[in-house]
Design a protein around this ligand. Structure first.
Ligand SMILES: NC(=O)c1ccc[n+]([C@@H]2O[C@H](COP(=O)([O-])OP(=O)(O)OC[C@H]3O[C@@H](n4cnc5c(N)ncnc54)[C@H](O)[C@@H]3O)[C@@H](O)[C@H]2O)c1
Length: 255
């Protein structure tokens, strides 16, 4: 029985789907947690099985405690105990300033991008602690965890909170042999950046701001997740690995 089992949230799309595929290539069976698009989740699972690994698709709203608990139980039954968790599920910023933001919008984003990783990570740590197994938690954060932008208070607050959740859990989980790290992408071409994907002129205008001159690909983020899940990253915990083509280095330029 393969004991390399990973659970990826948001695995029906973008960075999560790329992480699922890359982890499968690295020898992991992968549980594909999805929100709304069962067909897309099935495609991710087919990539995993195409790489010769087992997969299961499980629907869950990561902000819903009952749904997360049920999803983990389903995964444990179908594949066994995951030792790697990638928290990729998330929503994009609202583009609304705080003065005009509804409470529902605020709570929705904190739910998917912060409470979600809290609920999934808590369950993983409980399961691993009970089984006395080491593990890896990899949170997909954002450069907006530290570099804020107007109209994104919901997103920036959630990702800033995720950074502190990552670091706090790294301390709490170290003695359990569980590392907790984050990846902070800049502009990555996924459905979250639908306009940049579909409109080359718009994309080029954004890419002009990136020192490396282009947007990133989800597969490039996934490579970092595979690295953090590998023995090569045994001594890394509480870290945030930035992958943004140098974008976040530019904030003080010209001012
Ligand atoms: N694309 C980028 O440029 C970029 C940059 C920085 C950070 N990120 C982060 O990367 C992660 C993945 O984003 P992506 O670019 O792959 O976007 P995406 O929209 O392709 O994928 C996000 C997935 O999360 C799912 N999701 C949203 N809310 C959910 C919920 N409550 N429960 C379960 N699933 C839910 C969506 O259905 C979607 O499938 C997100 O956390 C995002 O904030 C993305």
């Amino acid at each position: 029985m393969n004991d390399k089992i990973a659970l990826v949230t948001g695995a029906e799309s973008g960075i999560g789907a790329a992480c699922a595929a890359a982890l499968a290539t690295a020898g992991f069976d992968v549980a594909v947690l999805y929100f709304k698009d069962a067909e897309a989740a099935g495609k991710t699972a087919a990539v995993v099985t195409g790489a010769g690994r087992r997969s299961v698709t499980v629907q869950a709203d990561v902000s819903d405690e009952t749904a997360v608990e049920a999803a983990f139980s389903q995964v444990n039954t179908a594949l066994g105990l995951p030792t790697v968790l990638v928290n990729s599920a998330g929503l994009n910023q609202s583009g609304v300033s705080v003065a005009d933001m509804s409470t529902a919008q605020w709570l929705r984003l904190l739910g998917s991008d912060l409470t979600g990783p809290f609920l999934t990570s808590r369950r993983l740590v409980q399961d691993l602690r009970k089984a006395a197994r080491p593990g890896r938690i990899i949170n997909i954060s954002s450069i907006h965890a530290h570099d804020v932008r107007a109209g994104a208070a919901d997103y920036c607050a959630a990702k800033g909170g995720l950074k502190n959740l990552t670091e706090t859990m790294a301390l709490e989980c170290a003695s359990l042999g569980i590392t907790v790290n984050a990846i902070a992408p800049g502009m990555i071409l996924t459905p979250m950046n639908a306009r940049a994907v579909a409109d080359p002129a718009y994309r080029k205008s954004l890419e002009a701001d990136v020192p490396l001159g282009r947007a990133g690909r989800p597969e490039e983020v996934a490579s970092l997740a595979v690295y953090l899940a590998s023995p090569a990253a045994d001594y890394i915990t509480g870290a945030t690995l930035t992958i943004d083509g140098g974008l976040s280095l530019l904030l003080a330029e010209g001012a």
